[in-house]
Structure formats: structure tokens, C-alpha cells
Design a protein around this ligand. Structure first.
Ligand code: ADP
Length: 464
């Protein structure tokens, strides 16, 4: 199969590798994009949550803050759940729990309170250690403790209710102090690691699948190219074989003529006739091969013209009546009253129908009959060539349209056939969007039918 041919195997491997590289690149980039988007959205959600808790605490604490003096006593009343700096601490951080209803894991948050000099006043018991006793006023901070756990922290300014009476600009007064609220990043980091793991395992698996499907798809893509390559190779071999036999016999005849003793000069004319016959056969074969190639390449530069099939059939039956008479075949045609036109190359259509009629005559025993008829069916013109000849075995009815295929090679060669007649007929029919089919029974006869799309307005000149 494909892999046994070096050229095709190499092309397939190359195609699969490029496919894997292209798809791998696309997958890798989209994976990276997804990863960044997921991490970013988690991070934004996390900061929003911290900010909203900080906002809630800020709004509920500010009205209760004392105006001045040593705040520690007051703080103890306002924040019974916080540890005060310099005093033993054994409370649990229920303050946060009161303000963060709805948050599933409340232990992950801590708060810290500073005075306006930035000295730590109070903190919740679960704050990470060691944190500085003085304030770092940056709005957002991320840091890591000794265990490697990361924290993210938000700082906001607190003003006491008395520090800025209504109508006064609060920014003109010094702040009462600062509130810091932070949380552990352990769940966030765990989530990021989980996504990284999924990507680390998922991407190679996806790449493996891409490589496998690339191999399979490149095989599929190369299949038609491989078949056409094989057909081309077979055609070249067949053509060489077909050309070799007449050429060899032509050369043998010429050699024989050259070796003839002067006494036998009278034998030369019949031998030259053989040479001429062989030469004609070769020329015929080469013309057929060239026609077939140009048909397959769709290389005809001439535009299609409306062709009258009635005239075509009448002309051809007249032309071939001599051949039919010589083989003792009764050749007749049946045409409809109205004229039927199709778009095409007249010379090619002549060639197509004449091949079929000539075959019908050649493969019918003396005394047989060949009938050519024309009809229309659903805007399709149908030409049928019916004979009472030797017929074609059903197993070979598909193969007769292949190049150089002959049911009975000896007989076909004797009648001058090249084995290209039906291949040319089929190529011409295909070139005209037509179909060529056969129905045949051995010793009963064959019916070849060609159907073409016909012109609805016969006399329209499509060139104008
Ligand atoms: P050839 O030049 O040998 O006639 P064709 O391509 O025209 O080649 O036909 C292929 C083969 O199909 C012939 O060798 C013959 O065996 C068979 N065939 C074609 N037409 C007929 C027919 N009308 N009746 C019986 N056999 C036919």
C-alpha cells in the first residue's frame, strides 16, 4: 500500500509531522491563553472578595472608633475578638465571621489594626507569622511565610466619626489609623497548580492524539494521489507494451525486406503493405493516446457549441454503412421528429458515437443488426446503440471502459482495436457532463447508452 512506496511514505510522514507541529502550536497557544485567563479571573475574584470584606468592615467600624487618647481600652470593648498588642491572646477571630457571612471558609481571612503612626494596635489570632509590627501602607501586598504559604493583603485608611464632622472634607484630617485585611493564597495556589497539572498531562495527550490523527488524515489525503499515481504507472506500462508489439513486427518486416535476395524482389510490395499497416496502427494508437491525455487534462481550448444530435447520428450511420455492409450487418437509426441539441465539441461527439457504432458492428456476427436511436427524457438527451452481437460477460462490463482492456484480446487485435475506444468514449462523455453505460448479455447483444444534458432552446448561439 501507500507505505510500501518510499516517496509516499516520506510525504505522509512529513505531512503528519507538519500537521502535528501546526496543531500542537495552536493547541499550546490556546492552552496557555486559557490558563492565563483562568488564573486572572480567579485572581480578580479573590481581590474583589477581599475588597468587599474590607469595605464592609470599614463601614461598620468607623462610627464606633474613639476620637483620640489611648485607644486600647476602647478597642477591647469594640473588638472583643481581637488580640491587643502586648496582652495575652487566646480569642478566636469571630469578628470576621460576623462580617463575612456567606463566605465558605472564614478562617482564611485575618485583620490587623494600626494607629495613625502605623503602630500595630490589634490583630486577629490567625494572622500569619512573622508580620512586622509597623505598617507598610502599600494598597496591595503579597508575601510568603516560612512554611511557603502565600498571603495577599489589602490596606485601607480608617477615620473616626469625630475626626471629620459632617460637611468637612475628610482628607484634610489625619486618619485615625489603618485597617489591614488579608487572606491565605493556599486555595488559589492549589487551584493554579491543579490547572497546571491538567495542562501538563492534557497537552502531551492531546499532542499524541493530534499526531495519530495527523498520520491517519495524511494517509486519507494521499490515497487518491496514490491511486492516480498507480493508474498513471499502469497506463505508461500498458502504452509501452501496446507500442512495442507493432513496432517489433514493423522492424522485423523491414529487416526481412532488407535481407531479401535480388531474385525475390517481387515479394517486396506486399511486405511494404504490412509495414504500412503496422505504421498506421502505431500512428492510430499514438493519436488515441494523445486524445485521451488531452481529454483527461480538460485541455481543449475550443468553447462548446450547440450540436444537433439528429444530424450527427444520420451522418455517422451513413458514413459507417459501408463498414456494416462489408460485415453483413444491418445498420439502421431511429430519430425523433424534433431536433435535439446538446452543448459540446462536435468532433468529439462524432468520435464518441462512431466508436460505439464501430464496436457494435465489429462485435456482431454476420447477419446481425445494429440500431442507433435518439430520444429525450427529463431534459436529458439519450443516444442508444443496440446490437445483436457477442455480448459482454457481466463480470467484465465495468472493466471494458478501462484503457487497453479487451474482453478477447486476439479477436480485438484482429479487428484493429487498440483497446482505447471505450476509454475515449467514456472520457468524451464525462467531458460533456454525460454518462456512458452498458447493458449486455453474452450471445444476445449489447446496448450502450449515452445521456447528456440537452439544450432547452436548441438554436441559441451561446457564443454571442
Ligand atoms: P477495442 O479497440 O478493442 O474495441 P474498446 O475499448 O472499444 O477496445 O472495447 C473494449 C472491449 O470491450 C473490446 O475488446 C470488446 O471485447 C468489448 N466490446 C466493446 N463493444 C462491444 C460490443 N458492442 N459487443 C461486445 N463486446 C464489446
Amino acid at each position: 500500500m501507500i507505505n510500501s512506496q518510499k516517496l509516499f511514505r516520506r510525504s505522509r510522514i512529513r505531512l503528519a509531522i507538519w500537521y502535528a507541529i501546526a496543531m500542537g502550536g495552536i493547541l499550546g497557544l490556546s492552552g496557555l491563553g486559557m490558563y492565563r485567563a483562568l488564573v486572572q479571573s480567579n485572581w480578580v475574584a479573590l481581590e474583589r472578595e477581599i475588597e468587599s470584606i474590607a469595605g464592609t468592615l470599614h463601614d461598620s467600624l468607623e462610627p464606633m472608633l474613639p476620637a483620640s487618647g489611648d485607644p486600647t481600652e476602647v478597642l477591647q470593648q469594640i473588638f472583643p475578638d481581637l488580640c491587643l498588642v502586648g496582652q495575652p491572646c487566646n480569642t478566636s477571630p469571630t469578628l470576621i465571621q460576623r462580617h463575612t457571612t456567606g463566605i465558605s471558609d472564614r478562617d482564611i481571612y485575618y485583620i490587623r489594626l494600626f494607629d495613625h503612626h502605623g503602630t500595630l494596635l490589634a490583630f486577629s489570632a490567625n494572622q500569619p507569622l512573622p508580620l512586622p509590627q509597623t505598617l507598610d501602607p502599600a494598597l496591595w501586598q503579597t508575601f510568603q511565610n516560612d512554611n511557603g504559604t502565600r498571603y495577599h493583603q489589602f490596606t485601607t485608611i480608617l477615620h473616626s466619626a469625630d475626626a471629620h464632622p459632617p460637611g468637612d472634607d475628610s482628607h484634610a484630617h489625619p486618619p485615625w489609623g489603618y485597617l489591614q485585611i488579608g487572606r491565605t493564597l493556599a486555595p488559589f495556589d492549589a487551584e493554579v497548580r491543579r490547572i497546571q497539572w491538567i495542562l501538563a498531562v492534557g497537552l502531551p495527550v492531546a499532542l499524541g492524539l493530534v499526531a495519530a490523527s495527523g498520520w491517519w488524515l495524511s494517509g486519507l489525503a494521499m490515497q487518491p494521489i496514490y491511486h492516480s499515481y498507480q493508474r498513471q504507472q499502469r497506463f505508461t506500462a500498458d502504452a509501452a507494451h501496446e507500442l512495442r508489439s507493432p513496432l517489433a513486427s514493423l522492424l522485423a518486416t523491414v529487416e526481412a525486406i532488407l535481407r531479401l535476395p535480388p531474385a525475390q524482389q517481387q515479394d517486396i510490395p506486399p511486405m511494404l503493405q504490412t509495414v504500412e499497416r503496422q505504421g498506421r496502427r502505431l500512428s492510430h494508437l499514438i493519436t488515441d493516446l494523445l486524445l485521451l491525455t488531452s481529454l483527461e487534462q480538460n485541455a481543449s481550448p475550443k468553447p462548446f457549441k450547440p450540436c444537433c444530435l439528429n444530424d450527427l447520428i444520420a451522418d455517422l450511420t451513413e458514413e459507417l454503412s459501408e463498414l456494416a455492409a462489408a460485415s453483413d450487418i444491418h445498420l439502421a437509426y431511429h430519430l425523433p421528429k424534433s431536433e435535439i441539441y446538446v452543448l459540446g465539441h462536435e468532433s468529439q461527439l462524432y468520435r464518441l458515437v462512431s466508436n460505439l457504432i464501430a464496436n457494435a458492428i465489429q462485435y456482431s456476427p454476420p447477419g446481425g443488426a445494429v440500431l442507433v436511436s435518439l430520444g429525450t427524457h427529463d431534459r436529458t438527451a439519450v443516444i442508444t446503440v443496440k446490437d445483436t452481437g457477442i455480448g459482454i460477460p457481466s463480470a467484465e462490463q465495468d472493466q471494458i471502459f478501462e484503457r487497453f482492456y479487451r474482453v478477447d484480446s486476439d479477436r480485438s487485435r484482429k479487428t484493429g482495436g487498440t483497446g482505447l475506444g471505450l476509454a475515449i468514449a467514456k472520457a468524451i462523455a464525462h467531458h460533456h457532463q454525460g454518462h456512458l453505460t452498458v447493458k449486455s448479455e453474452v450471445n444476445q447483444g449489447s446496448v450502450f447508452s449515452i445521456s447528456f444534458p440537452c439544450l432547452s432552446q436548441p438554436r441559441v448561439n451561446l457564443e454571442s
